[in-house]
Design a protein around this ligand. Structure first.
Ligand code: TXA
Ligand code: MG
Length: 332
């Protein structure tokens, strides 16, 4: 049973979170994308505990959350003009910038890498915590390594409740509005490279700056953003992917047992086989918001498989497809 404290994200809750972080504790806190497992980024011991609690390899770097573009130079040694333009346009929001790191800061958060990932969240609770702490908050998603990210405080408690201490804290700020993790953009070269799709799309970015056209290979991605690859975001149920036209065939071919269906509300399967409709999002934004809760629900129901009918690759649909592909790889 978990002994971790849970507080609503009221002004008093935020104060307690700040005191917890300042004392070297960990705080699960809401952001607009997913819940993070936060530590004071200045505290090597607290940041090291994030890795221990998540079961995350020490060389998988974590994002440092800051208030805004004014903090770039405190963490980064070199900030190209295009990176500043991206921060000016999309911060606060679901965009993480990877920059060359100042040697004197963030070594543990960066997993020893010469770079640092920075994000300015828009969630008011996360912002209040960062502002009152007066430091960056190092925070990966608040799930065990390789598992589905939490979009409610209860999900984070289900993931980490038994490994957090009574001196740590969970701040409950309700459901996350975006539902999938931030877009990560590598800004260490002459042009930006998208390492992970998210709420800020490639087309949003290319309105501001030109993107490096060349896509990156999986091997290169694993080097540039350890932990973004394959076998991630996986529930226990097998995840089977389908474009709408092939969905009935995939449902019919799914392993025997109870099967869940994840699809937009207007998709109607014609297969005779019974499926649990896990969510019925009306558009890609709702699909992103509901995605991880639906995968968790599949496990709670003990389903053998989930047939995920992929949304169109538009807007945040690109990120939903990416996460589903990784969930399918991880559960195969
Ligand atoms: O929306 C988000 O980004 C959420 C919320 C809590 O802010 N955070 C999140 O953190 O998704 P995490 O640790 O689950 O994923 C961060 C990703 C990892 O895949 C890691 O490889 C990449 O960011 N990353 C972190 N620091 C990096 C660096 N210095 N260079 C390249 N990639 C980095
Ligand atoms: Mg994560």
């Amino acid at each position: 049973m978990s002994g971790v404290r849970v507080e609503v994200a009221s002004p008093a809750g935020v104060k307690l979170a700040v005191a917890t972080l300042a004392a070297g504790g960990l705080v699960v806190l809401p952001t607009e994308t997913v819940y993070g497992l936060g530590a004071d980024a200045r505290s090597e011991l607290a940041v090291a505990r994030i890795f221990q609690v998540k079961g995350r390899p020490a060389d998988h770097p974590v994002i440092v959350h800051v208030l805004g573009a004014g903090d770039l130079d405190a963490w980064a040694q070199e900030v190209p003009d295009y990176a500043r333009a991206l921060a000016d346009r999309f911060w606060p929001g679901p965009l993480t910038l990877v920059l060359k790191r100042k040697a004197s800061v963030g070594e543990i958060a960066a997993g020893g890498a010469p770079t640092i990932a920075l994000r300015s969240p828009s969630h008011l609770v996360a912002r209040a915590v960062i502002e009152q702490l007066g430091s960056g908050v190092a925070a990966p998603s608040a799930n065990r390594f390789g598992r589905v990210s939490p979009t409610t405080a209860q999900h984070a408690i289900d993931e980490l409740g038994d490994v957090l201490l009574a001196t740590d804290l969970v701040l409950d700020g309700g459901e996350c509005s975006i539902g999938v993790e931030s877009t990560i953009v590598d800004c260490t070269g002459s042009q930006p490279i998208v390492l992970r799709p998210g709420g800020v799309t490639e087309s949003d970015i290319s309105h501001i700056v030109s993107l490096a056209v060349q896509g990156i290979s999986d091997a290169d991605l694993e080097v540039r953003a350890p932990g973004t690859l394959a076998a991630h975001y996986a529930p226990t149920a097998r995840v089977l992917l389908a474009e709408p036209v092939e969905a009935d065939a995939v449902i019919n071919a799914a392993p025997s047992g109870e099967v869940g269906l994840l699809c937009l509300v207007d998709f109607e399967p014609t297969s005779e086989r019974f499926v649990h409709r896990l969510v019925a999002p009306g558009n890609v934004d709702e699909y992103a918001q509901d995605l991880y809760a639906a995968l968790r629900r599949a496990d709670q129901l003990g389903l053998v498989a989930v047939v995920a009918v992929l949304p169109p690759a538009e807007g945040i649909g690109v990120a939903v497809r990416d996460r589903l592909q990784r969930a399918a790889t991880g559960s195969a």
